[in-house]
Design a protein around this ligand. Structure first.
Ligand code: UDP
Ligand code: MN
Length: 241
């Protein structure tokens, strides 16, 4: 039997939510042995998402976990952190083996990515396209297949300057480090999490042909406010396209 990929998707209500989740659902239809954990940043489960999950027949768990009130007012928000931490709790109570991957709802995934991560022993990593203005975030791998450095447009003194979409962690490691969660520190969620998991650079399994291929992109869905609507400030919206 194939190890199961527990794919954790934080999501929140906005006009692009259902289109983004539809695209991701249809990607996952092409992936065997996947369990989709969709965690809404919402006070109640959305019926539209429940019916989307039911319609596609992908094994799934539908949860909710709201961003704590104190972070909602800040400009830089720890987006998706409460959701991912709720999923970690679910994994710890329900799973014995497999791999956990944090898959945001708006990214673009080549289905070949999932077979790269499936047999992760501890932590696997690979490049992510379209991250920051430089357009790439990736581990740097030497000619022995060892991760010796990282390339990212925003290093910010991070030990692991990687994107959320650029790594997967085995369920076994998540069970071993039973008190490790993602920190509520915008920009440092990945680094904080991987440091607390006590990952050393030598533990990292470089995937995607030693990090030479891009199988995931940090795309962002542009909102498209209809021209006949007014904005939140009451001003008439002038279309830009
Ligand atoms: N998200 C969330 N609550 C929020 C904002 C974002 O649950 O208030 C989710 C969002 O659906 C996505 C993830 O958190 O799956 C990361 O958010 P986003 O894609 O907006 O961040 P970015 O692309 O800028 O990293
Ligand atoms: Mn995003």
């Amino acid at each position: 039997d194939l190890p199961v990929i527990y794919l954790v998707t934080p999501t929140y209500r906005r006009p692009e939510q259902i289109p983004d989740l539809t695209r991701l659902a249809q990607t996952l239809l092409n992936v065997p042995a996947v369990h989709w954990i969709v965690v809404e940043d919402n006070s109640a489960l959305s019926p539209a998402i429940a019916s989307l999950l039911k319609r596609y027949g992908i094994p799934h768990t539908h949860l909710k976990a709201q961003m704590p009130e104190k972070y909602k007012k800040s400009k830089l928000k720890p987006r998706g952190v409460a959701n991912r931490n709720a999923a970690l709790d679910w994994v710890r109570s329900n799973c014995k083996s497999g791999v956990v991957y944090f898959a945001d709802d708006d990214n673009t995934y080549d289905i070949r990515l999932f077979e790269e991560m499936r047999f992760t022993k501890k932590v696997s990593m690979w490049p992510v396209g379209l991250v920051t203005k430089v357009g790439l975030s990736s581990p740097v791998v030497n000619d022995k297949g060892v991760v010796v450095d990282f390339f990212d447009g925003w290093m910010a003194n991070r030990k692991f300057p990687v994107d959320m979409a650029g790594f997967a962690v085995s369920v076994q490691l998540i069970l071993e480090k039973s008190d490790v969660y993602m920190p509520y520190v915008p920009g440092h969620e990945e680094d904080g999490f991987l440091k607390k998991l006590d990952v050393s650079p030598a533990d990292i399994e470089p995937k995607a042909n030693w990090c030479t291929q891009i199988f995931v992109w940090h795309t962002q869905t542009k909102s498209n406010t209809p021209a006949n609507r007014t904005t939140a400030t009451g001003k008439r919206y002038k279309g830009t396209n």
